[in-house]
Design a protein around this ligand. Structure first.
Ligand code: HEC
Ligand code: HEC
Length: 202
C-alpha cells in the first residue's frame, strides 16, 4: 500500500521544536485540575485502562501531570464516521495510526488502535521521545485519511478533534466522511477483559 504522505517532501522546521519526555508530576495546578474534572467520571462500562474514555483528550490525564501514572507521548481515538452531535457512532477497531516526528523525517511508526479505537504511544514506540511537529495519518484496510497540517505540540488528537465538528474543531477523527459509506462489517466484541492487540503494525 502506498501512503500518500510518505511521498510528500517533509517540511523543514525552523524555530523551536518542542519535545515531550515523560513528565514529572506537578500537583496543585488549578488549571490542570479543572481540565481533568471537566472530562467527567468514568463511564462505568470501561474502567480505567486501554478501553476507557474513547474520544477524550487522553493526555490531559496521561501527560505527566496526573492523575494517571502512565504517560503517553500521543494518544487518541479513531472513529468510523464523523458522528452526530449526540452519537459518536462506531469506533474504528484496530485502525492503524502512522506517526512521523521531526527527528525521523524518513521514518514513520505505525501503531494499532484497540477494539475501542483507542491508541497511545509511549517510549516503547519512541525510545528517545517524540519531537514535534508531527505528521499523522490513519487507516483501516485500504481506507486512509491524512491530516494535512502538522501537529505542532498537542499530544492528544481529542484536544482538537471534538465532536461535532464546528468552526473550532475538525470533528472527531474519522475514516469515512458519512455513515452510509461505513462498511457493514461485524464489530468485534470489546469489553474490559479483551486482551489488547499487538500494537505494532507496518
Ligand atoms: C480523566 C483522566 C483520564 C483520561 C482523560 C484518560 N485516562 Fe487513561 N487512565 C486514567 C487513570 C487514572 C488510569 C489508571 C492507571 C494509571 O494511573 O495509569 C488510566 C489508565 C489507562 C491505561 C492503563 C495504563 C496502565 O499502565 O495500566 C491506559 C492504556 C489508558 N488509561 C489509556 C487511555 C486512553 C487511550 C485515553 C484517551 C482515549 C485515556 N486513557 C484517557 C485516567 C485517564
Ligand atoms: C492541534 C490540533 C490537532 C491535533 C492535536 C490533531 N489534529 Fe488532526 N486535524 C486538525 C485539523 C485542523 C484538521 C483539518 C485540516 C488538516 O487536514 O490538516 C485535521 C485533520 C485530520 C485528518 C484528516 C481529516 C479529513 O478530513 O480527511 C485526520 C485523519 C486527522 N486530523 C487525524 C488526527 C490524529 C490521528 C490525531 C492525533 C494523533 C490528530 N489528528 C491530532 C487538527 C488537529
Amino acid at each position: 500500500m502506498q501512503y500518500r504522505w510518505l511521498s510528500h517532501a517533509f517540511l523543514v522546521f525552523g524555530g523551536a521544536a518542542s519535545s515531550i519526555t515523560a513528565g514529572s508530576s506537578c500537583a496543585l495546578d488549578p488549571v490542570h485540575d479543572s481540565s481533568v474534572k471537566a472530562l467527567g467520571d468514568e463511564d462505568g462500562e470501561f474502567p480505567p485502562g486501554p478501553y476507557h474514555r474513547a474520544g477524550q483528550a487522553c493526555t490531559v490525564c496521561h501527560g505527566g501531570q496526573g492523575p494517571a501514572k502512565s504517560t503517553f507521548f500521543m494518544a487518541g481515538t479513531i472513529f468510523m464516521s464523523p458522528g452526530t452531535r449526540d452519537e459518536a457512532g462506531r469506533v474504528a477497531q484496530k485502525a492503524e495510526i502512522r506517526i512521523r516526528d521531526a527527528n525521523n523525517p524518513m521514518y514513520y511508526k505505525c501503531v494499532r488502535a484497540n477494539c475501542r479505537g483507542n491508541f497511545y504511544v509511549t517510549s516503547r514506540e519512541f525510545p528517545s521521545g517524540i519531537t514535534f511537529p508531527v505528521k499523522v495519518s490513519v487507516s483501516q484496510g485500504t481506507q486512509e485519511r491524512v491530516m494535512n497540517s502538522l501537529i505542532g505540540r498537542e499530544p492528544s488528537c481529542g484536544a482538537c478533534h471534538k465532536r461535532p465538528g464546528f468552526f473550532d474543531s475538525p470533528g472527531q477523527v474519522y475514516l469515512y466522511t458519512s455513515e452510509s459509506e461505513v462498511p457493514q462489517t461485524e464489530e468485534e466484541e470489546c469489553n474490559p477483559s479483551t486482551p489488547e492487540p499487538e500494537r505494532d503494525c507496518e
